[in-house]
Ligand binder design. Structure first.
Ligand code: PBG
Length: 325
């Protein structure tokens, strides 16, 4: 090759040229904002390990969603924190559970918001596991019925999409069947397909009071050493009726996002989880980083790896501060 025929720096010389040649197009409309909702009125409890994120009662959730909507956020993911927990997660599928009530209120007052609900039992179980427990085992098949009931109750309350995050085998199929049987033929399932047993969920478990009381989640969530297995999980979920699949967390699994994008014939979501958010917040608090640049780089990297959409607690900062186009 002619010496200097290629100088990659030629197309890095100005912001305008960099804009033209950028391979990854970031679009903040593809972000989803998570919320934690609990019983009560006028409740707003800041989550210490997630600065800027609060646990709120439904009245305050409506206020937050309204303010977010004014800033441009129109897609949300709902998590519920029930008043009482038990061994069969009764509040998860109760018609008057906190998530079910919240969905109805948002639909009534803010119909322009797309509501996705997290379907899991851990927040509703006294032991904090994502399924029915016998001895120290988490039972798979008996749990499926409760998950299907939970998803159905969200659908009946008006959810636009359900997102099972429990990692039981066969849950997408069980939910799909129950939705079909009850006339919800058009309701999409966003499956947490490749969900890893991750230390990055720590702050979330503070937020949702859902830390397991014994053991951990490694008998159902994935092992971080595995990537081929993630492909298997995704293909199974698509086969069972998932419309969108997910990789979670995002940053330690960018390679998995890249792999899944190549094999899935559905859109792909990535969850930029609580610990990834808190890392940035703590770094910023310590004066060790520029938050806007950190967030921009992180979100861009997840899109670059292949995600079509991202769930991120930074969505509010991104919209209100105008950090991303
Ligand atoms: C419920 C659930 C968890 C998260 C989403 N859904 C926690 C867990 O599996 O322990 C984590 C989200 C986050 O860390 O932001 N199963």
């Amino acid at each position: 090759m002619e010496q200097n025929a290629q100088r990659p720096r030629r197309i890095r010389g100005s912001g305008l040229v960099r804009e033209l040649v950028a391979e990854t197009v970031v679009d903040r409309r593809k972000l989803i904002m998570p919320h934690f909702v609990q019983e009560g009125e006028g409740v707003r409890e800041p989550i210490e390990s997630m600065p800027g994120i609060d646990r709120v009662s439904i009245d305050n959730l409506l206020k937050d969603c309204e303010a977010d909507l004014a800033a441009g956020i129109d897609k949300i993911l709902l998590f519920g924190i029930p008043e009482k927990k038990d061994e069969i997660a009764s509040e998860a599928y109760s018609r008057n559970g906190v998530v079910q009530k919240a969905i109805r209120e948002i639909k009534k007052k803010l119909p322009d918001i797309l509501i996705i609900t997290d379907v899991c039992l851990c927040e509703y179980m006294s032991h904090g596991h994502c399924g029915i427990v016998k001895g120290n085992r988490i039972l798979n098949d008996p749990t499926l019925e409760l998950l299907a009931r939970t998803a159905l109750s969200h659908a009946e309350s008006g959810a636009d999409m359900v997102a099972p995050s429990d990692m039981m085998d066969g849950r997408v199929g069980a939910i799909r069947r129950s939705l079909e049987e009850n006339g919800f033929h058009d309701l999409p399932i966003l499956a947490y397909s490749a969900k890893y047993a991750s230390a990055f969920y720590g702050p979330f478990r503070d937020a949702a009071c859902s830390a397991p009381q014994f053991g951990d989640r490694s008998s159902y969530q994935m092992d971080c050493r595995n990537a081929v297995e993630a492909e298997k999980e995704v293909l199974l979920d698509i086969d069972e009726g998932a419309d969108i699949v997910m990789v979670k967390p995002a940053l330690p699994y960018l390679d998995v996002i890249y792999r899944i994008k190549k094999i899935a014939d559905t859109p792909l979501c990535a969850y930029n989880v609580s610990g990834e958010y808190s890392m940035v917040k703590s770094m910023t608090r310590l004066g060790w980083g520029d938050e806007e640049r950190l967030v921009r780089e992180i979100i861009t990297s997840i899109f670059r790896a292949g995600a079509d959409m991202i769930i991120s607690y930074h969505a509010r900062d991104i919209f209100t501060q105008g950090w991303l186009p």
